[in-house]
Design a protein around this ligand. Structure first.
Ligand code: NAP
Length: 468
């Protein structure tokens, strides 16, 4: 495929050309080659963990404990995808033997195989400087699928991105692999990011970030002469429904747990619970008071970037103008003080401003007068990564209605606990209907993430050498 000549973006042209040159080699690479690379990257990351965490903390303010945990998660993902490759996941074949006779009963021999899409443009997330950045889940799953990765680093942690990329390039070199398997596309401006998405040699895009940015790049991917798959995670408000029966039992502990989840990482998690749906009852009222008491004094750390803090304050101000503040901001930390707002279900359903993501330590309590109305609240949200349902132990009509609504709008439904903390495993689903994901059939966390970068091809009457 020809590389466009745009003098403004020559550096992007150069790295995409490198990726394109490596694509056939990596598509045909063996499980051993891929697994060795993924494990080598995990080892190298851990070897330089101490230095990298210092840079990450300076740039992100997330704190060493969280960042060390994130390195462990990143290495776990890389090694996990290595195991997937060794188990044959990207190489699996489905075989239909020939059947004599006319169709539909008769058929030729067909073998369904998976082929890697080709070079993937990967937009790092701001809020996971390791686990969703240069060597994060998108990179690991694309490499495992057999795709070179062109990394668009996030402007929130540029020094860390360069340091992690340098160590990764060293591993690629040391293993004698083509440099184009992993390249860094530093984009000096937003036009450069769009240019990368529209580059004819880019075959797919992975993105985690804002609704506005993600939608603009999704549009750019679809405006290409040949649109390409865009796996974007764009924002999520993660409703949590707590029924009175569960609040009657242990509401104080639940309030503390929820306050911790809302403020974790200064609320900068895609799975942060942003809407709490309660039924009108004395148990709910007591829970709101306990939640306010638990969350108000929590001191948060600084947000990832000044822009993100401005975005949070603007989003919180919009909600404040359309709902009631449960308490005046109190905590005095380096980051914004937690907020809790309240409204009723009718207002929430009618007013789109109340359904916008507040990316930070805040939540909106929505009171419904019936289970049916609580289900309508969920339906109004439309698309979210998670919905949490507390108190659905019994099989009854009300609970089935809530479950139906929760499954319709979200990718993961929790029946206990809180949505922050996303396990990396086979059953995981991180992605839901728009706007939480642009591709709700896929997941960006967990081992099924590899499927995003594989395309099925049916081989009919293939000679033996083709099937290997
Ligand atoms: P972002 O502004 O969407 O940026 C993500 C990436 O896309 C960055 O690499 C950015 O480039 C690029 N980009 C953004 N808009 C673009 C455009 N119009 N054209 C080309 N490239 C574009 O997201 P963010 O910086 O991570 O965070 C900003 C807000 O996103 C947060 O305040 C929050 O509301 C939301 N957010 C949500 C989640 C979630 O999972 N729900 C996660 C993170 C952030 P630059 O690096 O040059 O800016």
């Amino acid at each position: 495929m020809t590389t466009p000549q745009n003098p403004n973006f020559a550096a992007i042209d150069a790295v995409v050309a490198q990726a394109a040159a490596a694509a056939d080699f990596w598509a045909d690479s063996s499980a051993t080659q891929r697994a060795t690379l993924l494990r080598g990257l995990a080892d190298a990351l851990e070897q330089q963990q101490a230095e990298l965490v210092v840079i990450a903390d300076r740039e992100s303010g997330l704190g060493e404990a969280r960042l060390n945990g994130e390195v462990a998660r990143t290495a776990f993902q890389l090694r996990g995808f290595a195991s997937e490759v060794e188990a044959g996941v990207p190489y699996r074949q489905v075989e239909d033997h020939a059947v004599a006779g006319a169709p539909p009963a008769g058929r030729p021999r067909l073998t369904r195989v998976q082929r890697p899409l080709g070079p993937v443009a990967m937009f790092s997330a701001s809020n996971f400087p390791f686990a969703f950045s240069v060597l994060g889940g998108d990179t690991a799953s694309a490499l495992a699928a057999g795709c070179p990765v062109v990394i668009k680093p996030h402007s929130g942690h540029p020094e860390l991105s360069r340091a992690v990329f340098a160590l990764a390039a060293g591993v690629v070199r040391a293993q004698g692999l083509p440099a184009g398997l992993l390249t860094l596309a530093e984009a000096p401006n937003r036009a450069a990011g769009t240019y990368l998405v529209q580059h004819p040699s880019i075959a797919a895009v992975a993105f985690t970030g804002s609704y506005q940015g993600g939608k603009a790049l999704w549009q750019a991917a679809n405006d290409r002469e040949r649109p390409v798959p865009f796996f974007g995670e764009l924002g999520s408000i993660n409703p949590l429904v707590a029924l009175p029966a569960v609040l009657e039992k242990d509401s104080e502990a639940l309030a503390r747990t929820l306050a911790g989840s809302i403020t974790l990482g200064c609320g900068q998690f895609c799975t942060s619970p942003g809407v709490v749906v309660l039924l009108d009852s004395p148990h709910s009222q007591r829970f709101v008071a306990q939640l306010a008491e638990a969350i108000a004094p929590i001191a948060t750390h600084r947000m990832l970037t000044p822009g993100m803090q401005q975005g949070f304050e603007a989003a919180a101000a919009t909600v404040a103008a359309n709902a009631t503040s449960v308490f005046a901001p109190q905590a005095d930390g380096a980051g914004p003080s937690p907020r809790l707002f309240a409204t009723d279900a009718v207002s929430f359903i009618a007013n789109a401003h109340l359904r916008e993501e507040m990316f930070g330590p805040a939540a909106l309590i929505v009171t419904a007068n019936s289970v049916a109305q609580a289900a309508e609240v969920l339906e109004a949200i439309g698309g979210t990564l998670t919905t949490t349902l507390w108190g659905l132990d019994a099989d009854n009509t009300d609970n089935r209605q809530l479950l139906r609504a929760a499954q319709r709008v979200s990718g993961r439904v929790l029946f206990s606990g809180v949505p922050t903390g996303v396990a990396v495993c086979h059953a995981q689903q991180h992605g839901g209907p728009w706007p939480s994901s642009t591709a709700p059939q896929s997941t960006s966390v967990g081992f099924a993430a590899i499927e995003r970068f594989l395309r099925p091809v049916a081989l009919q009457e293939a000679p033996t050498w083709v099937l290997g």
